[in-house]
Design a protein around this ligand. Structure first.
Ligand code: CA
Length: 371
């Protein structure tokens, strides 16, 4: 989709939603009451979902659409979720607040957007020089991560579910070459989360912008560089038209995962059947997102390389300087926040062991076969 069409569609969508929201109110229930209600199993439930992502991204935003479709199918149409892209109900970076305040029942977002509220939220998404996609899911689902993070989310009145991931991300689009850590001095870059903190410590000027706001900022020179996701999504947002160098890897996001948030009070209004349906649907959405990225990124990378894009690997000097800053940042945070340390220590142990395992069969195969 052309960017102009995408913006137009978003604007039209916003107008339509404004009208609809006026009718149904924040609860969105068909009877005008807050949706769900006590013992909601026998009646219809209609929930609203606010996503942090633009509708045009069929990969990442598509995960929310899959959730909605699955919930509706599995419940025989008795439980519906209406997804809204970033900016239609709330701005992309205010999804956590919207769920916390009950403006929407479901959020679809990346927890590291909210590290300003609690730095430990980064563990739910990705940390610089942290876990790969499979390692992150293993830690969260089977390695104790979810249990460690649940109390953090409970503080916000939120229950979180895995919502898929992107795989290792690209380092992003730069309008000048980065040959040493010194080249990051004064660089104005859009990069959220801890990656942004590390870049800042390396001398860059960091901004956090939601997906739809990046292109105009890069185009008018308000930023010199931006990271986003990977070839397929980045191509859709058009960054290759306005920046020449495409760097890799995104060492700040080696395997980020997205999350669905549900307000805990809202969750308790669901029948056990609808709770089970929602949980199962998040698993379908999770599988959809990662597989779609892995299927679509290869061809997008070929297209970008055939165009004007120049692919560059971050030099080891930049990677090493960034890793040093990242590890120092983790320790500083842990020193002033016992709750953070309680997550960091087992996470580091998991990382060490997992790196040891993946450095064996996975790495040997990749090193030989992928080159
Ligand atoms: Ca990214």
């Amino acid at each position: 989709m052309k960017r102009r069409d995408f913006l137009k569609q978003t604007a039209l969508g916003a107008a339509a939603v404004g009208a609809a929201a006026g009718c149904s109110g924040p609860g969105g229930g068909p009877d005008g009451k807050a949706s769900g209600g006590p013992k909601a199993g026998g009646r219809r439930v209609i929930w609203r979902l606010a996503s942090s992502f633009p509708r045009g991204l069929d990969t990442i935003y598509g995960g929310a659409e899959v959730l909605a479709k699955e919930v509706e199918a599995m419940s025989g149409g008795r439980f519906k979720i209406r997804p809204y892209p970033a900016g239609e109900i709330v701005p992309g970076l205010q999804v956590l607040d919207a769920v916390q305040q009950g403006t929407v029942q479901v959020g679809h977002t990346a927890s590291y957007y909210y590290t300003g509220k609690n730095p430990a939220l980064a563990f739910d998404t990705s940390l610089p020089f942290g876990l790969s996609a499979r390692q992150q899911v293993a830690w969260m689902e089977q390695g104790g991560g979810a249990e460690l993070l649940d109390p953090i989310f409970a503080d916000f009145g939120i229950k979180r579910f895995l919502a898929g991931g992107t795989g290792a991300q690209m380092g992003g689009w730069f309008n000048r070459e980065i040959t040493s850590p010194e080249d990051l001095q004064g660089l104005k870059m859009r990069i959220p989360g801890l990656g942004g903190d590390v870049m800042s410590r390396l001398g860059a000027t960091v901004q956090v912008l939601a997906g739809g706001d990046i292109y105009p900022a890069l185009e008018r020179g308000a930023i010199d560089a931006t990271e986003w996701i990977g070839p397929y999504d980045d191509e859709k947002l058009g960054f290759h038209k306005i920046a020449k160098y495409y760097y890799y890897p995104g060492w700040w996001e080696p395997g980020p995962t997205l999350s669905f948030y549900v307000g805990r009070k809202q969750w308790e209004t669901l029948s056990p059947e609808f709770q089970a349906i929602f949980s199962a649907a998040t698993a379908v959405a999770t599988r959809f997102m990662q597989s779609r990225y892995d299927a679509l990124n290869p061809a997008a990378l070929v297209r970008l390389k055939q165009g004007k894009t120049e692919l560059r690997a971050f030099p080891d000097s930049v990677m090493a300087a960034a890793r040093e800053k990242a590890e120092a940042l983790f320790e500083e945070q842990a020193a002033k926040d016992a709750a953070y340390r309680k997550i960091l220590e087992p996470w580091k142990k998991f990382r060490e062991e997992s790196f040891g395992w993946f450095a064996t069969a996975e790495k040997a195969y990749a090193a030989f076969a992928f080159r």
